[in-house]
Every structure is written in C-alpha cells, then in structure tokens.
Design a protein around this ligand. Structure first.
Ligand SMILES: [Zn+2]
Length: 226
C-alpha cells in the first residue's frame, strides 16, 4: 500500500517513451520492451560491428544489443542511464541481453565480464560507471563473474595533458591498464561498454587485455551507432 501511495505521489515513467508505467511495469514499459530495435548481431555469422574492428584488433565477437538512432528511444534510455542516475536501465539491459545470449547458445562463452572504466574524474562526478550496471546485469543472466577494478584507467599525467590532440590520440592505450594480470591470464573476456561509436576506446582496452595474457576478447555494448 505504501508503494501504491508513493506511485501516486511520484508516478514512474518509462525511460524510453516517457509514458506512465502501469502496475507491474518497471523502468521500461511493455510496449517499448516488445518494440526494441534489436541489432541481433549475435545471431549473424558476420556483422558490421566486427568489420569495424577488423584489421585493427582481433576480437572473437563484437555485438550490440540495440541499434542506436539519434533522438530515438534508445538514446533516451542511454541518456537516463548516463545523466539521470537511472542505473537500473543498464542493469535491466544487461539482464535482457544476457538472456538472449544464453538462449542462442552463447551462455558459456565467457569467463569474465569487464566494463570499460571511466576516467577517475568522471567517475567521481557521476558517482557510478554506467558500463558497470550493464556488466552486472549480464553477469546475473549469464552466471559469469564481472569485475569493476581489473581493467583500470589511470589519470593522464600532466605531460599527457599538455600534449597536442593528435599525440594524445596516439597515446590512448597508455591510459588503460590491468591491475592484476594473473586474474586475466587465459580468460575469455567479454569487454562491455554502454555505446559504441568509433570503437577507439574499446580497441585500446582490447590491446591492454591481450598484452596482459587473456585468451581472447569479445565486445558487447548496449547499443551501437549504425
Ligand atoms: Zn515505453
């Protein structure tokens, strides 16, 4: 009854379409749930995302759960996750996608799920890493471990900050690191991020993980731009 009362005072809205949620609906309404713009890359033999990494870094799989379109419902949900403190959006996407992966036979393909770390100053400001929420949802659905602090991002040194843009681009790998390589060794890693645009950050992370001795790296994001 208390919850009903709270719902009356603070009605909850769907994080994708902003319609009021009906009883039993949580975070995302039933309509949006059944009209998700699924990328379904995990069902394809080869997909456009894998092509994006080809010739740059070797990844076993590169997947996105949803297709990202500007001003669309997916963008709205990602915005809520990143800027409005709606961590449950990322968690839910992880659970839903993890279930899809399990159903299609990919449930046992990974030993460890690692989120792309945020820059420490950003983490301090936001209070959480949005990719952690996706990782934790996937971890729950796939019954696979995840860790928020094995893949780390170190603060750029003052010399790095002073470097020109082009040089910093070249040096992007040097700001990622692995805190405990023994825990990465021989593992099949699923590296996760909220959204894939150019893929440059992910490439840098893949290289760092491979240098640390993992067996293979795959990539999964909540959404990818087409
Ligand atoms: Zn909705």
């Amino acid at each position: 009854m208390w919850n009903d009362f709270l719902d009356m005072l603070f009605p909850s809205y769907c994080q994708m379409c902003e319609a009021g949620l009906a009883k039993g609906e949580k975070i995302i309404c039933i309509y949006c749930r059944y009209h998700l713009p699924l990328a379904n890359y995990h069902l394809l033999e080869a997909n456009p995302l894998e092509k994006r990494f080809m010739g740059k870094v070797h990844v076993r799989y590169a997947w996105a759960y949803l297709k990202f379109t500007k001003r669309g419902r997916v963008q709205k949900a990602l915005h809520a996750l990143k800027y409005k403190g709606k961590q449950e959006v990322g968690q839910l996407m992880g659970i839903w996608y993890g279930e899809e992966l399990r159903k299609s036979g990919h449930g046992e393909h990974f030993d460890l799920i690692l989120p792309v770390p945020l820059h420490p100053s950003k983490l301090k400001k936001r209070g959480y890493n949005q990719s952690d929420t996706f990782a934790s949802g996937l971890s729950e659905a796939l019954a696979t471990e995840w860790s928020p602090n094995l893949l780390i991002r170190t603060t750029a040194s003052s010399t790095q900050t002073r470097k020109k843009r082009f040089e910093r681009w070249k040096n992007v790998e040097s700001i990622f690191g692995v805190s405990d390589p023994a825990q990465i060794k021989d593992k099949r890693i699923l590296l996760v991020d909220d959204v894939i645009t150019t893929g440059a950050t992910l490439e840098a992370c893949v290289e760092v993980l491979q240098d640390a001795g993992c067996r293979e790296v795959s990539i999964a994001a909540i959404a990818a731009a087409q």
